[in-house]
Design a protein around this ligand. Structure first.
Ligand code: FE2
Length: 127
């Protein structure tokens, strides 16, 4: 099998603001505009193509697997930005992170209400 997720569209009210928001927190670059899209590409070459929405935005969920060292940097930037973060996707535990699967994870919202997550261990990988 050689099927890999290659790209997906992230609807946003302001694609530049949203792409900059994500890229700056994750330590990634916003790529040059491609058609109507502003891509942010992860190390496994999945492009999140930010696009301006022409109507209401339905919040989606985007999760990023990171190293423990990267978690420290990203979480530090989340805190430095004064963003509210949560230990759970239902946002019932503000100001906390989780230790699921023996790693660390945290959730926060992007400017359009998309639920972003970083985690250091994939779901179900813990003993
Ligand atoms: Fe998730």
């Amino acid at each position: 099998m050689s099927v890999q997720l290659n790209h997906t569209i992230v609807h946003s009210a302001d694609k530049k603001a949203s792409a900059d928001f994500l890229a700056s927190l994750l330590g990634l670059e916003v790529q040059p505009q491609f058609g109507p899209f502003l891509p942010v590409v992860t190390v496994n070459e999945v492009a999140l193509d930010f696009a301006d929405a022409d109507g209401p935005i339905t919040p989606q969920h985007y999760a990023f697997l990171v190293s423990e060292e990267e978690f420290d940097g990203i979480f530090g930037r989340i805190q430095d930005a004064g963003l509210t973060y949560y230990a759970d996707p239902y946002r019932t535990r503000p100001g906390e992170i989780n230790h699921n699967d023996g790693g660390r994870g945290v959730y926060w919202l992007d400017p359009d209400g998309h639920v972003l997550e970083i985690l250091t261990r994939p779901y179900g990988s813990g003993s």
